[in-house]
Design a protein around this ligand. Structure first.
Ligand code: GLA
Length: 655
């Protein structure tokens, strides 16, 4: 497998999307000067260049890109070369309207924006393969080429006719017979029985709620179709350049791709991450995505492909980053394992839909605060690069996450639309983050034996294999904590007998799950020692060893939390402090320790290899006890027993 490290030679990739086609050539030279001054060692070229490269069908205009590749190389800047296939040129939609996706109401997604391609269109795929082939042939041996970047944030859906035909083929492969599909989809309900494949459609606009398994399969199909598009391009570039690693950039915690499956097909896993600077949980939500991406990469590299140096322009109100925050969040990604810290984009645009989105060089130019802070960060990353790349972050605790469960659990017609899967996962991750415990993510069918503690914030859908895996983990000595509404459905979204899988009920000491009692927004349910939010359950215990009971109301005296041996079940969402205390206590019992003892709130500590990163997410200075003598790689100072961190301060300590 090609390695990122071979291309980066121990440096952290630092740079961003570079869209020089938006600028006159004089600016390119100015860009190189500013890039070099800022320690930029990587730019991503070509992400949205299809119309420039192929202005009419089959034409090739490579001269400008030749000059840029050479210019970057001469400046010592590596190129992450993108295939431009996420934004087809206008001629494609005009000449081949079948390449344009349709939404569920049958409306066409026209050119004039981006990502207006149908993943199922043979014509689109043919043009995408051709431009990829020619790019790989032309630049495969260029010395600036560091990494291939396929497409950009794959995220399109398509309910059109060509997608419908592809959906039928996908279903035929999966089910073999229409009878098997009817059984899996439960089409006996509402007279939906299919008599032949030709009757089956993507879940288009319907009068009332759609068949949930049809919707679930459509989400699986969409992820698979996009993956096919990625693999086709990946295989082309690999054929030309087996030594150059390949990636495609994920959106963070995005519902459209089963990123576990995708990540297995990448040499470097990359993600785009844009926490809101005003979000009080921005640092933790960033940590969650970083933990997730690192876990998807397994022992391979991951990188932050895009972040904003300042404001984005796609929220209602778009706040800039206060001084120091860009540096802090960038070093947080490095602490959590990133081998690259890059941005969308290098130079802020003056035209187009994203002209109010920040760049590393803002409209204020070289004198602007944004560029000055970028420059400082570039120098610091250069200083620590060789110490961190190729070193790993290890975690004793895994949170389990699965796209299939997310998809199935977000359907219409469920007990509560207040239950938002990413928010539930976020609440559990936050509990560990605030307890200073490092977490990984894992798929429920992964080998879990390396973890002291496995937690399931919520997996509504669990396959039999996953359930066996959880049982084996606990029987093998592991500690398991499961949140509410877990183990309810099988892989076809069929409710398991008893409303929760019998093996899991037995594991937790539950005799009967009588009813779910979802809570309204803002409503709470009293439990012995804390308030539960969002959800509660009417459970009868059988042989649980320990019970924390609901107090008052309909569920008075019934278990809110049960433990049998090393298996815990939490049937509500404890309010944040209670969840943190509960999980920190269980983690401690399982032998998982915080990175440092006695850390105050808002200070994060992470170990990467031998290095200890300490990050102050607060605006007030803090003094942190770090027993022993260390060398701070950022300042060069020797640190003995404690370190002082100013507002948004960071120390990277080597023993
Ligand atoms: C994504 C895209 C970029 C850009 C940024 C803006 O990450 O990949 O092209 O649109 O969002 O935040």
């Amino acid at each position: 497998m090609p390695r990122l490290g071979d291309a980066t030679r121990g440096r952290i990739l630092f740079g961003g999307d570079y869209n020089p086609e938006q600028w006159p050539e004089e600016t390119w030279h100015e860009d190189v000067r500013l890039m070099k001054a800022a320690g930029v060692n990587s730019v991503t070229l070509g992400v949205f260049s299809w119309a420039k490269l192929e202005p009419r069908p089959g034409a090739r205009e490579f001269g400008w890109l030749d000059r840029l590749m050479d210019l970057m190389h001469a400046g010592g800047i590596g190129v992450v070369l993108a295939t431009p296939t996420s934004a087809p040129p206008p001629w494609m939609g005009r000449l081949h309207p079948e390449t344009l996706p349709r939404d569920e109401d049958g409306r066409t997604e026209w050119w004039g924006g981006r990502q207006h391609f149908s993943h199922s269109s043979a014509t689109y795929r043919r043009y995408a393969a051709a431009i990829t082939e020619d790019l790989a042939a032309r630049y495969g041996s260029h010395p600036a080429l560091t990494l291939w970047h396929i497409n950009n944030e794959y995220c399109t859906y398509d309910w059109g006719d060509e997608a419908a035909a592809a959906f039928r083929r996908w279903l035929q492969d999966k089910y073999g017979t229409v009878d098997a599909l009817n059984e899996a989809w439960g089409t006996a309900f509402w007279s939906q029985g299919y008599d032949g494949w030709h009757e089956i459609l993507p879940p288009r606009h319907a009068h009332y709620m759609k068949n949930p398994t049809q919707v679930l399969d459509f989400k699986r199909f969409t992820s698979d179709m996009l993956l096919e598009c990625y693999l086709a391009e990946r295989d082309i570039v690999r054929r030309h350049t087996p030594h150059i690693p390949v990636t495609t950039n994920f959106m963070p915690m995005w519902a459209g791709q089963d990123a576990w499956r995708w990540a297995a097909e990448e040499d470097v896993v990359s993600v785009d991450l844009y926490p809101d600077p005003r979000d009080p949980f921005g640092a933790q939500s960033g940590a969650l995505v970083q933990d997730m991406t690192r876990s998807q990469a397994g022992h391979g590299p991951w990188m932050l492909m895009e972040q904003a140096a300042g404001a984005v322009n796609w929220r209602g109100v778009n706040h800039p980053k206060p001084s120091g925050l860009n540096r802090l969040w960038s070093l947080q990604a490095v602490a959590r394992g990133a081998d690259g810290v890059c941005y969308f984009q290098w130079r802020q645009s003056r035209q187009g839909a994203e002209k109010f989105h920040s760049g590393m060089v803002s409209h204020a130019g070289e004198e602007g605060r944004t560029y000055r802070e970028v420059k400082r960060l570039g120098a610091e990353l250069a200083r620590i690069g060789s110490e961190v790349t190729d070193s790993h972050v290890s975690a004793d605790i895994a949170l389990l996450h699965d796209w299939n469960s997310w998809w199935a659990g977000s359907q219409e017609g469920r007990p509560s639309s207040e239950v938002d899967y990413p928010a539930v996962v976020g609440a559990w991750h936050r509990a560990f983050w605030e307890a200073h415990l490092t977490t990984a993510f894992a798929h429920p069918e992964h080998d879990l034996s390396a973890y002291r503690l496995v937690v399931v914030p919520q997996l509504y859908l669990l396959t039999d294999t996953a359930i066996d895996n959880l049982l084996a983990y606990v029987h093998g000595g592991g500690t398991l904590v499961c949140g509410f509404l877990t183990g309810v459905a099988d892989e076809d979204d069929r409710i398991r007998p008893g409303g929760m899988d019998a093996r899991l009920r037995d594991l937790f000491g539950i005799r009967t799950l009588h009813e779910w009692w979802p809570l309204d927004a803002g409503e709470g349910v009293e439990c012995d020692g804390f308030r539960g939010l969002l959800w509660s359950e009417e459970i009868e215990a059988q042989d649980a060893d320990e019970v924390i009971a609901y107090q008052g109301g309909e569920l008075d005296g019934l278990p809110a939390v049960l433990r049998k041996g090393r298996a815990w079940y939490v049937s509500t969402l404890p309010e944040p402090k209670a969840l943190r205390d509960l999980l920190a206590g269980i983690a401690s019992g399982a032998g998982a320790r915080p990175v440092l003892d006695g850390l105050p709130a808002g200070v994060e500590a992470v170990r990467r290899g031998d290095l200890l990163f300490v990050l102050n997410h607060g605006r007030e200075p803090v003094t942190i006890a770090v027993p022993g003598t260390h060398h701070d790689l950022l300042t060069g100072a020797t640190v003995t027993n404690d370190v002082v961190l100013g507002r948004y301060g960071v120390a990277v300590l080597r023993p």
